[in-house]
Design a protein around this ligand. Sequence first.
Ligand code: IVH
Length: 733
Amino acid sequence: MTSVDLAARVAELIRQLREHNYCYYVLDDPQVSDAEYDLALNELRAIEAAHPELVAPDSPTQRVGAAPSEKFTKLRHPVPMLSLGNAFDEAGLNAWKERVMRLLGADAALAWVCEPTIDGLAMALTYEQGRFVRGATRGDGELGEDVTTNLRTVKSVPLVLQEQRTENREQRTENREQRTENREQRTGHSAPSTEHQELHSEFSVPGSVPTQIEVRGEIYMRTADFEKLNARLAAAGEKIAANPRNGAAGSLRQKDPAVTASRPLRFFAYGVGPFAGVELYSQWQLLQYLGALGFPINADARRFERFEEALDYCRVWMSRRDSLAYEVDGIVLKVDSFAQQEQLGVAGRDPRWAIAFKFPARETTSKLLEITVNVGRTGVITPNAVIEPVNIGGVTVRNVSLHNADYISERDLRLGDYVMVKRAGDVIPYIIGPVTARRDGSELPWHMPATCPACGTPLERIAGEAAVRCPNFGVCPAQLVRRVEHFVSRGALDIVGVGERQAELFVERGLVRDLADLYLLHAESFAGMEGFGPKRIANMLAAIEHSKASPLHRLIIGLGIRFVGESAAKLLAARFGSLDGIMAASEDDLVALDGIGPVVAASVRQFFGLTQNRELVEKLQNWGVNPTVEVVARAAAGLLEGKSFVITGTLPTLAREQAQALIERHGGKVASSVSKKTSYVVAGEAAGSKLTKAQELAIPVLDEAGLLALVGVGEIDNGAFKIQNSDDEPTTN
Ligand code: IVH
């Protein structure tokens, strides 16, 4: 063959292979056998090996071209990837629809697009001049990870965009109908209402490839593929994934793209980020357009003009979720028109134009084998159920918290009972109640022990609370272990090298009888203790030493005073400057602080009212703990110096944290409740009692624009804001 013929042959092979891939992975309708596919692929490989100059970057042989990488670099999403608000029942969906109608006007022409919510990982894929150039995970919505080379290996991710032949699209509709029939045969359910728009509707789809487009969608694994993968991994002695979602996440985040290539990952496209060179005006049109460009789109998506039909769709799929080839956790409902979407905008992180309807949680029965009790840091006793291990939605559940004795007696849970266990999505599992019909009389009632299992002290029930506690505060070894764990934890003194196991050992060996004893540890303390090599001991002692100069608020957190979290600790540190200062403060001094309420103040007084805690502070000081008081960096202008704010409701563009940071940068303070001391209340949508209180007390109320104007910030644009004060770096959030 001449080189011209060869180049033409390469082009033809690439065309054929692409077509086969598309039919196989996108249309789910293979046109050739695996053997035929391999034959073409091998021919292409052979030519490319002999003529490297003919290797096209988008050749199907190049899906696994890249070398393994050490880590994934971060990519900033040009437009944040939002999350979705949830509705758990029809009332929630109706409330959402009412809000949409209220905001758009009762006579607005509305249409709704419903799509199953695939349980996978959200991705943003960028195409330039029709070529896949970049792919990133959602990350926190702002910053994702660059997983381009791994995404290239996913066969249903097109490397090149092109208008697909129309037969293909018709073909896909037929396949869908075929699949629906199969499913009906399997499940005995009938298809949802046929009064919907099919994907090959009369909507006008742009006939060209965009110059630039960011396609958003979900990387996922089919349930059957996931099970095969797990069987393969188990046979190879490797770690198996808990559920398809984790399987997909683990497969995508491999350092070596060749490993990702060997995993059965798939992609569904359902959204769009920034784009250019094409006109798009609705979600439904977008889906068709993405399909036309060669992306897999969900064949079960539907568009409805009556909301009642959308509700029907949700009902039908709720009963049919198991007939899908992949796991779904519900249905996403979207307002179809992009113009209306824009009009509705975003509240916090959630668009007002879409909502996730969650299917009910998964439930199973298991046997209640035993109830153990756990002693917490403040002495609270928590009963835990040990159940016969069960798999619920892909996660094995063995231990379930029972919260408190009332929880058990209210449900009349007995040892030996069969119990209903529920796990909703990522929510921790819990026990709904006993299956009384399965009782055989051998079940035994359970009683909270009368004494602490760790120290034997009689337990007390605090009036008005469900909790039972061990009152041997600060001495009970179980409490002490938890207190040490808390003291060294990241949010507190952050002593690296001391964790749960070390805390248990120190207490058990009598090395630590109160928190201050940590500072008396020395190399010899660990003589003969397993797992403590010289290097380890040196690092640990260095970390303990280093913690002596921690910021004061961290030490306050570390003491574990009830109700005193980070924000209260910061306020106390800033106001009183030392532990002595706080100990000397009266309850009145404490409540005078904006942001410290009567409950916190009483708890602080109670804590330091105990001799052992005063002694603890004295010891900490004697052993050289000398915390620093941080001065919070502020905008030089200090425009809001001495002003106190309360934020309530959802602001149109700023997340609450962003608004708080903005106020603090300008010297203001943010408190959680409205009082006479409040200077301004910043109110957004759905502001409640705090707004009413502000009005009662005649405190000025600002909206977001008012707040921004107050600090001299302008140019609010699509959730991005710029700080325009001369002393500030321009920032974009
Ligand atoms: S739309 C601004 N559509 O669900 C709205 N999300 O709960 C962005 N998901 O982060 C999401 N299928 O990972 C949308 N058809 C679908 C979806 C879908 C699955 C995931 C996605 C998103 C999460 C939100």
